[in-house]
Write a protein that binds this ligand. Structure first.
Ligand code: AMP
Ligand code: MG
Length: 331
């Protein structure tokens, strides 16, 4: 299903031409060429003869949902990454710049009529870090090119429509990176766990969602679906932190504690989502999210991978460059 290294765009050799854009492919790549001091990262990671990539396998392979058993997941793991927190944070700084450059190209092409766009779907229990991805990963790119939407309990108006109605309204346009903090998947997650509609209604939604996303892919949307998982203990810690800090009260919802009672039911509902809606055109990636530095780095790499596969170039000038230069009269 996932082409992994085979799908990664041709890479520049370290030190030549454009920066290397896909350091998650361990076979072919070097560190980002703009990493000021590559030995520094090697020293932090602690490998004296460390291979070229800090990833042992492409991130798309390391995180692919195929075969994942949610109940057995080690939420503190850092799949595919060879280093620890310091190396991860250092690398993330570099990769944010690469992401930002690619996003600018996507935006530029969109302005020139290219319909292609990216849709990042973030799912996860409360405190899994969805908001942190929006702030720290999507926050590294030009907000002009971002279409962000968060989906909460449907409003009365939304309840009067098909569950995909509110989703369609927020889809990214050509050149944009769309990000959904929760999504249409709530309609087979919270809805299933709390029996908000009968099983024969939510049961049909998996196929419907697959068809919906298939059409999105056909119309030029690369759908990147990320399921973030924290352990119950980590969630407890994060909820308690929210209560310790007045600047975090706004994030706290007493209902989040009630939802903890339903942990096994949510695990089952997430398992069904991964089993039934991870498709070739819109695969799920599963992110162990107890370590925020890892989940942010992993999502950054997934977005870089998706953008790299678009093989974007700068749009050609729609005017005669020389003529315009002459008109400026050498000012
Ligand atoms: P938060 O993301 O913390 O702002 O919480 C949003 C809440 O809205 C979560 O408890 C979701 O489960 C809930 N929610 C999102 N979509 C739906 C839906 N379609 N039906 C019912 N509840 C939903
Ligand atoms: Mg919440």
């Amino acid at each position: 299903m996932d082409g992994g290294a085979a799908r990664v765009a041709p890479l520049a050799k370290a030190g030549q031409g454009r920066p290397v854009l896909a350091p998650t492919d361990p076979g072919t790549i070097a560190y980002p060429t703009r990493l000021k001091n590559p030995t520094h990262i090697r020293r932090i990671v602690g490998y004296c003869d460390m291979p070229k990539s800090p990833w042992s396998v492409p991130v798309t392979t390391a995180l692919h949902a195929d075969g994942v058993k949610v109940a057995d997941l080690d939420t503190s793991a850092t799949p595919g990454f060879r280093g620890g927190k310091k190396a991860g944070e250092l690398l993330l700084e570099q990769r944010r710049t690469v992401l930002s450059e690619l996003q600018e190209k996507l935006y530029a092409n969109g302005r020139s009529g290219d319909p292609r766009n990216i849709l990042l779907v973030l799912q996860g229990m409360d405190t899994a870090g969805k908001g942190g991805i929006v702030r720290h990963v999507i926050g590294s790119v030009d907000p002009q090119g971002v279409a962000a939407a968060a989906f909460g309990v449907p409003t009365e108006q939304e309840r009067g429509h098909h569950y995909l109605w509110r989703i369609r309204k927020q889809l990214p346009r050509g050149g944009q990176i769309g990000v959904f903090d929760r999504s249409h998947y709530e309609d087979v997650l919270v809805v299933r766990v709390h029996n908000l509609v009968p099983p024969e209604v939510w049961g049909k939604r998996y196929d419907e969602i697959n068809r919906f996303e298939g059409k999105l892919a056909e119309s030029g949307t690369t759908v990147v679906k990320v399921a973030m998982f924290v352990s119950p203990d980590e969630q407890c810690k994060r909820l308690a932190q929210r209560l310790d800090r007045p600047d975090k009260y706004w994030k706290f919802n007493p209902g989040d504690i009630d939802e903890r009672e339903f942990w096994p039911a949510y695990q089952q509902a997430y398992q069904a989502v991964l089993d039934q809606t991870s498709t070739e055109h819109a695969p799920w990636y599963v992110i162990p999210a107890d370590r925020k530095w890892y989940s942010r780095l992993a999502v950054t790499e997934l977005l870089i991978d998706a953008l790299t596969r678009l093989e974007l170039d700068w749009p050609k000038a729609q005017f005669d460059v020389e003529e315009q230069r002459r008109r400026l009269n050498g000012c």
